[in-house]
Design a binder for this molecule. Structure first.
Ligand code: ZN
Length: 214
């Protein structure tokens, strides 16, 4: 049984039954590399893209990300858009999936999907059931995190319950809950066994990331 944590900011969580895609992680183990909209600066964009391209060339680099658009952060919108679109174009060369950070920018991000032929995962999904359905029908994957454990977050738990099993992932992101706890609650919400859930997510992982698990 393998628990896949598709997006984590902690490299410490690695253990034998867990596969973790560590955000901007160390070169050992799987990682993703991307320019986050929170941390862009116009002076550094070219250098950052050059450094990013080097990381994307690594065989341990599983994905571009997280990257995306965020309407409530302070980064200038045109800079966010330029950085996002250039990263999308860059990763086409390397054919790796993209882990998307989206805050109040679904429309703009979905519009950019036409420029991209690689699989997309919206991480930390907190949208509506309608948005979940619309994304997964477009073949986009959505990833849920520790917010599922919050019993007061009934809406999101319902969204997860209804979400297409063949288009979901689970993640720890910045939370300190173990990924196993998130799997248990997720299986419970879906009314399926842990085995069925780990199998389903492993299949999704192989579809999106190819055979990098061997
Ligand atoms: Zn994150």
């Amino acid at each position: 049984m393998t628990y896949i944590d598709v997006h984590s900011h902690s490299a410490a969580a690695q253990n034998t039954d867990t596969v973790t895609v560590v955000n901007n992680g160390p070169a050992s183990g799987l990682f993703s590399a991307g320019l986050h909209p929170w941390h862009l600066s116009p002076e550094n964009l070219e250098d950052s893209l050059t450094a990013l391209e080097k990381r994307l060339q690594s065989s341990s680099c599983a994905a571009l990300g997280e990257t995306g658009l965020d309407k409530i952060c302070g980064t200038l919108w045109p800079l966010q858009q330029e950085a996002f679109l250039r990263q999308i174009k860059l990763v086409e060369i390397y054919s790796k999936p993209i882990i998307i950070h989206c805050v109040k920018a679904y429309q703009e991000i979905i519009a950019a999907k036409n420029e991209s032929s690689v699989p997309w995962i919206f991480h930390g999904f907190r949208g509506s059931a309608e948005m979940a359905e619309s994304l997964t029908k477009k073949g986009i994957y959505i990833s849920f995190g520790a917010a599922l454990l919050d019993l007061e977050n009934g809406n999101l738990r319902e969204v997860f319950r209804a979400a297409a099993l063949n288009h979901i992932f689970l993640e720890t992101d910045e939370s300190s809950f173990p990924i196993v706890d998130i799997y248990h609650e997720a299986a419970n919400l879906k009314g399926i066994s842990i085995d069925e859930l780990t199998d389903a997510i492993k299949n999704n992982f192989i579809k999106v990331f190819g055979d990098i698990l061997k």
